[in-house]
Design a binder for this molecule. Structure first.
Ligand SMILES: NC(=O)c1ccc[n+]([C@@H]2O[C@H](COP(=O)([O-])OP(=O)(O)OC[C@H]3O[C@@H](n4cnc5c(N)ncnc54)[C@H](O)[C@@H]3O)[C@@H](O)[C@H]2O)c1
Length: 227
């Protein structure tokens, strides 16, 4: 089976009702991202950060996978599919996809501020004062702006073995995630589904599908035909 590697961003979940943030002028659900998604924001006002992610978690639990998530699951019948997502939602998993790597963490997990390996599954709100077993305040298990991306090495290895790369709904502005395309072996085709052309990826072998995720995924399946 050929290896289809899929890199997804916030746009793949937009039609599930979860907003992207570039489309709203750099605000994430009305918040300045540096206030709610950076170590500086956390140091300044942790209660605001916890509240922001409590809202995001509630919104996620009320959302459902869309046709794009579901079609990626279906493609496992024809390809070895590896999904690398920048998203913190679990909609790929809920659609049934088997291989999902989260680059930027997961909304339904929290961890100790004292030990980043002490991670818990979490669906409720997190309050200031909720502690891990080691006494550390719980924080969202999210990679914030300015923090290292521990899954990058594994993600790069996956892209190196791709026969084709599909990119859905990412502005390709968040690094190092956006640099993953550079690990694709020479000559392997790239397909991009996004209503707006992302910057900096307009090289050869790129097939641009200028549509939303749900419409574009059907176009992609038609384009690859029997490949
Ligand atoms: N669902 C989520 O988990 C979620 C939501 C918002 C932000 N984030 C975080 O914000 C960061 C933002 O980077 P990013 O590049 O993923 O998002 P982004 O907000 O920077 O870019 C979103 C991209 O999706 C495109 N888009 C908008 N509607 C679309 C649709 N219906 N179908 C397909 N594409 C559509 C936009 O044109 C844009 O290129 C990520 O690291 C992520 O962790 C996550």
């Amino acid at each position: 089976m050929k290896h289809l590697v899929v890199l997804t961003g916030a746009g793949v979940s937009a039609e599930s009702g979860i907003k992207t943030f570039r489309d709203a002028g750099g605000l994430w659900e009305g918040y300045d991202v540096m206030e709610v998604a950076s170590p500086i924001g956390w140091a300044k006002n942790p209660k605001l950060v916890l509240d922001f992610y409590n809202q995001r978690r509630k919104q996620l639990l009320a959302s459902l996978p869309n046709l794009a998530h579901k079609t990626l699951k279906e493609l496992e019948k024809r390809f070895k599919v590896s999904i690398i997502t920048q998203n913190v939602d679990d909609l790929h998993e809920r659609a049934g996809s088997k291989n999902v790597l989260h680059l930027h963490g997961e909304l339904l997990k929290v961890r100790s501020t004292k030990n980043e390996k002490l991670i818990y599954e979490w669906t409720k709100d997190v309050q200031w004062g909720d502690k891990a077993e080691d006494g550390g305040q719980l924080r969202p298990h999210i990679v914030w702006f300015g923090e290292a991306v521990p899954a990058m090495h594994e993600a790069a290895k996956i892209v190196e073995t791709a026969d084709l790369l599909l990119i859905i709904g990412t502005s390709m502005q968040v690094y190092p995630a956006a640099s993953l395309i550079d690990y694709l072996p020479n000559g392997k085709p790239v397909y991009i589904i996004d209503p707006k052309k992302p910057n900096g990826v307009l090289q050869n072998h790129v097939h641009f599908i200028e549509e939303t995720a749900c419409k574009g995924i059907t176009t992609f399946v038609d384009m690859i035909g029997e490949k």
